[in-house]
Design a protein around this ligand. Sequence first.
Ligand code: URA
Length: 207
Amino acid sequence: MSQIHVISHPLVQHKLTQMRRVDTPSERFRQLLTETSLLLTYEVTSDLPLVSSKITTPLTDMDAPELVNHPVVISILRAGNGLLDGVLQVVPGARVGHVGLYRDHDTLEAVEYYCKFPPLENQTVIVVDPMLATGNSASAALDRIKEENPGEIRFLCLLAAPEGIESLQSAHPDVAIWTASIDERLNEVGYIVPGLGDAGDRIFGTT
Ligand code: URA
């Protein structure tokens, strides 16, 4: 069973509440999502390995720690893109991949319509999608990513439904999950309740 980390930091919880409000406009929603993803990234990267090397300050030489391998960030289209600005503000050296999937109405299989990754072999990968709802697209994206033989994979979302966590943990027990909240449930059409609505629509103003 993979680990689940709930990020209960007051700033994250405050911003999440603003995003949940039905009357928060897209412009403000995007800004809050960027700020929140920056804070979530701080948590999801908190144990990345550092390597020390000798540097020179204005006063002296010292051994100082640096990230040597920046993680690769993969956005699940389209809502995952709403998290990218914040992630890249704090990890500007990260390379970015995108994967787009839709669910075929007849077969219910996830069908890939777009995929572009930087080299993933042995790289730490952080997969971002604001909503872990049924877990179907997250699982399909992880299946696709694993074809590239990455190193450790971490899944970062804003909200998770218990159903999505269970499904992802059973399909990908090696992938730890970071989220700002585990909400109550999915409704009959797969939306997270209480949730925040359709994350893509709220980010891009497409309602
Ligand atoms: N995707 C969303 O954008 N919102 C949900 O509540 C579930 C899936």
